[in-house]
Design a protein around this ligand. Structure first.
Ligand SMILES: [Zn+2]
Length: 157
């Protein structure tokens, strides 16, 4: 028995099919006996295999050694990785918050003042409208959304 990766002409659907031999495949293909399982098209051909040459050379080593719970390759962004990164950022923010100064609605102005050197560097958190946040990003000012729930001091009475 031999397995071929096939694809149909109509929809380029890829599927595997088993044949007694390579000749058997050619015979069935010629007689239109092989049908695409997706669309039923009987015009099928062997699928072009992805080129493997250079695959090793293209691998980038970003972290060594790689432990099992780290992503295997650069660009491999799994939902678990996103969750972990978000959790790490949230934990870092929770650590930073006690040292951070609440500036409330003045956040955008305060962040801009620090960025432009008009105010000493400080760790601040506060509120910004989506427009203000976008304007900060446009100006290259690093402001991150807070991932940990906080109670604005002026809301506590
Ligand atoms: Zn098909």
């Amino acid at each position: 028995m031999i397995v071929f990766d096939l694809c149909c002409a109509a929809g380029d659907h890829r599927f595997e099919a088993w044949f007694a031999s390579s000749d058997s495949f050619s015979d069935q293909q010629a007689r239109g006996l092989i049908a695409c399982p997706v669309c039923g098209d009987s015009e099928v051909r062997k699928a072009v295999m992805a080129p493997r040459i250079g695959a090793k050379a293209n691998q980038l080593v970003v972290q060594a050694p790689t432990s099992p719970d780290q992503p295997a390759a650069a660009g491999d962004i799994s939902p678990e990785l996103v969750r972990r990164v978000v959790a790490e950022i949230a934990a870092k923010q929770a650590e930073m918050l006690p040292q951070s100064r609440w500036v409330g609605r003045d956040f955008a102005a305060a962040a801009r003042a620090m960025h432009e050197g008009r105010a000493p560097d400080d760790l601040i958190h506060g509120q910004a409208s989506p427009q203000e946040a976008q304007a900060l990003r446009d100006d290259g000012i690093a402001a991150m959304p807070l991932l940990v729930p906080i109670v604005p001091p002026d809301a506590v009475n």
